[in-house]
Design a protein. Structure first.
Length: 477
């Protein structure tokens, strides 16, 4: 039975879930896009403000953990959801069709992500993962009247269902061997040398989570879904979904001994190296910015897997710093796409030719896209450099030299296509016409983009506050 202290610990999740109910009731009563967006943003801000109170709760809710890793994940999830909601308000203003349901799906996905980052039990892990995934099917296919969006939604639904089957089968194998579903009990029950059944279960769970992270070779859905889905839906996939699933994988490796098997770590190392190199090489040939960012995210998940392989307290700190830098850069890139895209056309302005000469028509958006690309490339004085430095330092400390080599080679390859995007922004030819129309977005979106741009610069120049905060949470975990 839940106590008052348990409810306090669940306060952020309860606030977001309650906001989703309020949005649903508001839609049933009277549709108002601006009001729905305002309620969504307010709920997410209140949930973010309640995190200090929840982290100070005297008891832990059943099946969940309120440690430093969960708090860090909750902050990142809520901040990402808040920025997506703010940017979506202006983007969806021109959408021909129901707009308010998108915020309901977003709140449900954020609720699932909050449960996922704090899950300490395989049952709540599965329920939260499905609560995160199911709204994403609707978000990706939201513009279902367009062929690409509907195709992307169906493809993601079918492949995600297959990944869920792998995940459940892996959980079943581990449960059959240990009779436990709680992660702490798994750690005690698997203290000995893991047998083939446990390793098989761990591999199947890795396959299921690998699909959600779109690491190679489970990445086939990524470019098509990124291209076909509306920009706000793709942003949720690239940020909220991936960070929540990655933190779950990190928790499994830190807690359950079967995931620390040398054989399994070698397998994860191969997946990491394949993702680093393959994601960057495939991005070289992309002329669609959303597909390019999809392959780029594959490479970044490969970099992050180094933290899973090395493990230890520094891995949690590295993960927090890297995720923070990855999120602000990704949010900046997709924010620009949302600003220059018009839902009236049915598809986003994602072709690189759409951004040719953007600087001469909208210098502010070109500057933000430049900062985002430089940060994703890991150039000094941007947020991405700090994250890349941390991940390389972790690989060196763990003596994973071939992974460090993969990071360096992948980063060099990635620099080429990131610079190609930047150069396209500043090209100018005689008689060039305006290829992109900047849609009139609301003040919330403009403020969100301004905060993102400032964060990319400040984290690159003075990252100490974020590093100290993440390091403090790590010790508290």
């Amino acid at each position: 039975m839940l106590t008052l202290s348990d409810l306090v610990g669940l306060l952020p999740l309860l606030i977001v879930a309650t906001t989703a109910v309020l949005v649903m009731l508001g839609v049933a009563w009277q549709r108002h896009h601006g009001g729905t967006a305002a309620v969504t943003v307010t709920g997410l801000v209140l949930a973010l403000a309640s995190l200090p109170l929840a982290s100070a709760a005297s008891s832990t809710p059943p099946l969940m953990a309120l440690d430093g890793l969960a708090l860090m994940g909750s902050v990142l999830v809520l901040v990402s959801g808040l920025f997506v909601a703010a940017l979506s308000q202006g983007y969806l203003a021109g959408y021909q069709g129901p707009k308010e349901e998108f915020y309901l799906l977003l709140l449900c996905a954020v609720t699932g992500a909050l449960g996922l980052v704090a899950s300490n039990h395989l049952a709540i892990l599965f329920i939260s993962l499905e609560l995160l995934s199911m709204p994403l099917y609707g978000m990706v296919a939201y513009s279902f009247r367009t062929e690409r969006s509907l195709e992307a939604g169906i493809k993601y639904l079918i492949l995600s269902a297959a990944a869920t089957a792998f995940l459940l089968f892996g959980m079943a194998l581990i449960y059959a061997r240990t009779g436990q579903l709680e992660l702490a009990a798994l750690a005690a029950g698997l203290a000995g040398s893991p047998d083939p059944w446990m390793l098989g279960g761990a591999v199947l769970i890795l396959v299921g989570l690998g699909f959600k992270l779109s690491v190679m070779p489970f990445h086939q859905w990524t470019p098509d879904v990124y291209q076909g889905g509306l920009a706000p839906a793709t942003t949720v996939l690239a940020t909220v979904s991936k960070l929540a699933v990655f933190l779950v994988l990190l928790r499994l490796v830190l807690v359950a001994p079967v995931f620390k098997s040398e054989w399994l770590l070698i397998l994860i190392s191969l997946l990491a190296l394949l993702s680093m190199l393959g994601g960057n090489l495939l991005a070289l040939f992309q002329s669609n910015l959303k597909r390019l960012l999809g392959y780029s995210s594959i490479a970044h998940m490969g970099y992050l897997l180094v933290a899973v392989i090395v493990g230890g307290p520094l891995a949690v700190e590295t993960t927090g710093v890297y995720l923070f830098t990855y999120l602000v850069a990704t949010m900046g890139a997709f924010g620009v796409i949302m600003q220059v895209s018009s839902p009236f056309s049915g598809e986003d302005a994602a072709g690189l030719h759409h951004y040719r000469g953007l600087f001469w028509h909208s210098p502010w958006l070109a500057a933000l896209m430049t900062l985002s690309m430089l940060s994703l490339a890991g150039i000094p004085l941007t947020a991405g450099f700090i994250g890349k430095f941390y991940i390389i330092a972790l690989g060196v400390e763990g003596s994973r030299w071939w992974l460090v080599g993969g990071i360096v080679i992948g980063s060099v390859v990635g620099l080429f296509y990131y610079l190609r995007v930047i150069v396209t922004l500043y090209l100018r030819e005689p008689g060039i016409q305006k290829n992109v129309t900047e849609v009139g977005h609301g003040r919330m979106g403009e403020l969100a983009l301004l905060i993102i741009a400032a964060s990319i610069l400040l984290l690159g120049i003075y990252p100490a506050p974020v590093i100290d905060w993440v390091a403090g949470l790590t010790w508290a975990a």
